[in-house]
Design a protein around this ligand. Structure first.
Ligand code: MLC
Ligand code: AMP
Length: 497
């Protein structure tokens, strides 16, 4: 594995910073070797067994990921803020052989591991041991499964081989001029490509350092941005929105101090959801930084980017990364004339091969001649692509997370007193989209608290905000797919009550 070979030459340089400590590449290699040796026990190769793990963003997270890879396993990271039912779904769907946890999560996962008959291993005893001979890992072997929602109600596991991950890293490192002397802050969740590949693995590929904060909090991020220790930052638009809000509430002196600190970074990137022009503009005023917006997806890695040098155009995501082919097509998969909107199709070395154990879904995701259908609409505007939205109204992006409207509708329809419903994403400056539901009810009134409690129980991985609005006087024909678009327009218009 090239990332391991490269790490050997970075030796005593700092690889990871977290919990007030710095860890060298040498330490990362040693500890991941030790984990790999334990995982192998008496065998010589895990042969693509799925090894799941729930570990807080930290040196140990990285060491476990590398340990699984070095032993020949497929790494399946779990989300630390997901509750047991969502974790159970992933463990069973991925047919995980074992789940590795740090001591903090052992108790939390114990009952589930027993129920699913999966061995639960606390990593602390695995961190120190003599290494054994580790297998050679071919780049064509499968390396990672990340779960992502789609138009079907349950998330699908996106399988990446080592060569896909490496292609993604190489592309980003070149396009954004990563260097050994870079240092990046990682506040993104570590069960998605943005945090894992764009931030953590790119840093480790070049010999730079990656600093983890346990959770995104505007005040903590600002503290690190002004520290002078960082050269890079990457986040979803919601994060920049919240950083701006924090700045706006600061005193004038503090604002000056924060602005000066942020202006010193080499590059700040936004992605995973559309960056509102207002956020790009305010951030430029505050920090002097023009955010570099790029477009990507779990299945493809990164596809389009604004330039590192040159004009970063608001509301646009630039042009294809080197090696990436893009075309825009109509519903019959015919390329649209120049300047017209179409669905983005993509080909390239970072595009995945398969959804885990879902051959039909995999087949449907590609055209007969091998282009991946992203489900995103775009238009090419003076050499730069502009994302126009999804082909399906059933996919919502909120806070950078993908959410299936169908999954929420299924749960709402089971609620006593709800006869039918339609869920859509409404535009929102902070969250990108807010989840909204139109309900047809048997009774005049539903108890909103009881409904919120139901949603919390049935959709545990979603945040059910404490505040909600009841919208009334909806047109009678609002439900059904065809009318969802008009429902979006209706909600977004003057009809909010
Ligand atoms: C949280 N809240 C929301 C909400 N999420 N309200 C509306 N819509 C949402 N989506 C509310 C909570 O109810 C709570 O309200 C308050 O916000 C704080 O909640 P929290 O749990 O503390 O939220 P927080 O951790 O701050 O979440 C914000 C975030 C997070 C931006 C840090 O969403 C995040 O990490 N997003 C990144 C996702 C990501 O990495 N995506 C990449 C996918 S890969 P109250 O009232 O209780 O205070 C991909 C490919 C690519 O997309 O291109 O990169
Ligand atoms: P995910 O499946 O979670 O990887 O999310 C990928 C989706 O995020 C894409 O299909 C897009 O819909 C969306 N996305 C990512 N980056 C951008 C961007 N810069 N602008 C608009 N949408 C984006």
């Amino acid at each position: 594995m090239n990332i391991i070979e490269k790490a050997k030459s970075h030796g005593s340089r700092t690889a990871i910073v977290g919990e007030g400590k710095s860890y060298s590449y040498k330490a990362l290699l040693k500890v991941s070797e030790s984990i790999a040796s334990h995982l192998l026990k008496d065998g010589g190769d895990l042969l693509e067994k799925r090894i799941s793990f729930l570990i807080a963003p930290s040196f140990n997270y990285t060491a476990v990921q590398w340990g699984i890879w070095r032993a020949g396993g497929i790494a399946v990271p779990l989300c630390a803020s997901h509750p047991l039912p969502s974790i159970k779904y992933v463990l069973l769907d991925a047919q995980a052989e074992m789940v590795l946890v740090d001591a903090n999560y052992a108790q939390f996962l114990q009952p589930l591991a027993e129920e699913c008959n999966i061995s639960l291993i606390t990593i602390e005893p695995l961190l120190k041991s003599d290494g054994k001979t580790l297998p050679e890992i071919d780049p064509g072997r499968r390396a990672m499964i990340l779960y992502t929602s789609g138009t079907t109600s349950k998330p699908k596991g996106v399988v990446s081989c080592h060569h896909h991950i490496e292609a993604q890293i190489r592309t980003l490192v070149t396009a954004w001029k990563w260097e050994m002397k870079d240092s990046i802050l990682n506040v993104l969740p570590l069960h998605h490509v943005h945090g894992i590949i764009n931030v953590m693995l790119c840093a480790l590929w070049v010999g730079a350092s990656c600093e983890f904060l346990p959770k995104f909090k505007p005040e903590n991020v600002w503290q690190r941005l002004v520290s002078g220790d960082l050269t890079l930052f990457m986040g979803v638009p919601t994060m920049y929105y919240q950083l701006i809000k924090y700045w706006e509430l600061a005193s004038e002196d503090e604002q000056e101090f924060l602005s000066e600190g942020a202006s010193k970074l080499r590059l700040m990137v936004s992605g995973s959801a559309a960056l509102p022009e207002s956020v790009l503009e305010k951030w430029r005023q505050i920090s002097g930084q023009t955010l570099l917006e790029r477009y990507g997806m779990t299945e493809i890695g990164m596809g389009l980017t604004n330039p590192y040098t040159g004009e970063r155009r608001a509301g646009h995501v630039g042009s294809p990364f080197e090696g990436v082919q893009i075309k825009l097509v109509d519903q019959q998969l015919r390329e649209v004339p120049k300047g017209e909107a179409g669905e983005i199709l993509i080909k390239g070395p970072s595009v995945f091969n398969e959804y885990w154990n879902k051959p039909q879904a995999t087949k449907e995701a590609f055209t007969p001649d091998g282009w991946f259908k992203t489900g995103d609409m775009a238009i090419l505007n003076r050499g730069s692509y502009k994302i126009l939205g999804r082909t399906s109204v059933d996919i919502i992006k909120s806070g950078g997370y993908k959410i299936s409207a169908l999954e929420i509708e299924e749960v709402l329809r089971d609620y006593p007193g709800i006869k039918d419903c339609a869920v859509v994403g409404l535009p929102d400056e902070e969250w990108g989209e807010m989840v909204a539901a139109a309900l047809v009810t048997e009774h005049k009134r539903l108890d909103p608290d009881a409904l919120a409690a139901w949603l919390k129980e049935k959709l545990p991985s979603y945040k059910v905000p404490r505040k909600y609005q009841i919208m009334k006087d909806l047109p009678r024909n609002v439900l059904g797919k065809v009318v969802k678009t008009s429902l979006k327009e209706y909600f977004a218009g003057e009809n909010k009550t």
